[in-house]
Design a protein around this ligand. Sequence first.
Ligand code: IPE
Ligand code: IPE
Ligand code: MG
Length: 245
Amino acid sequence: MTPNPSPQADAPPPPRHVAIIMDGNGRWAKARGLPRVAGHQRGVDALRGVVEAGQEMKIDFLTLYAFSSENWKRPPTEVDDLMGLLRLYLRRELRDLHRNGVRIRFIGEWRRLAVDIVKLIEDAESTTAQNYGLTLVIAVNYGSHREIVEATKRIAAAVADGAMAVGDIDEEVFATHLHTDGIPDPDLVIRTSGEQRLSNFLLWQAGYAELVFMDVLWPDFNKTSLEQAIDEFHHRERRYGATSG
Ligand code: IPE
Ligand code: IPE
Ligand code: MG
């Protein structure tokens, strides 16, 4: 007999990997007559909250799209603000994240960022590498097209060197050459702010993810919003090309 079953005893398990396109910081600020940076600052608060919620909900992998390879097209001052917030986040949060058993991984071409940020990222990854709680994957200077082209080049080089045969290339081998090597594909991709597109995010990996588009602007996203998205996910039927079972 199970003593004191919790009210959520029958709740389905959460998706293993949730990925989020955090969008709408600029519109949040504009609606309040504030500069865009104020939206990004509040966006970091929302990010902190969603990481905590992810831990409470026992999600294994949470991937957050923080800066795309296309976001360099923004005015330099905004890019500086975003990089400044990334610095601040890593400096301020690493200790708590580590204490809570969070493992941190970065995807994207983050090695091309400012040297001090590269150092902070390396430090965050190595400090938390042995943790076995939530894996927080942060996508910075990330773009799927570039990721796929780079994977292709590395595979082509291995073939040219004779280290790999063309016949050895399959989906599994290809996936190990992506930045997400070792990370399961996302089950659920959420995009906030009402936009309904992927903006070059996890194009390979999200091949069979459920997509949930929400009208909430990212700074207003909270645990309840995450629960709503997961509830929607649980109402979807994932068929993977087969017939309904
Ligand atoms: C998301 O908010 C943050 C990043 C893309 C870095 P936006 O800055 O895109 O906000 P909107 O889309 O202009 O409202
Ligand atoms: C996608 O948002 C990138 C991130 C959330 C980091 P954008 O606001 O840059 O995307 P577009 O320009 O609307 O497609
Ligand atoms: Mg946007």
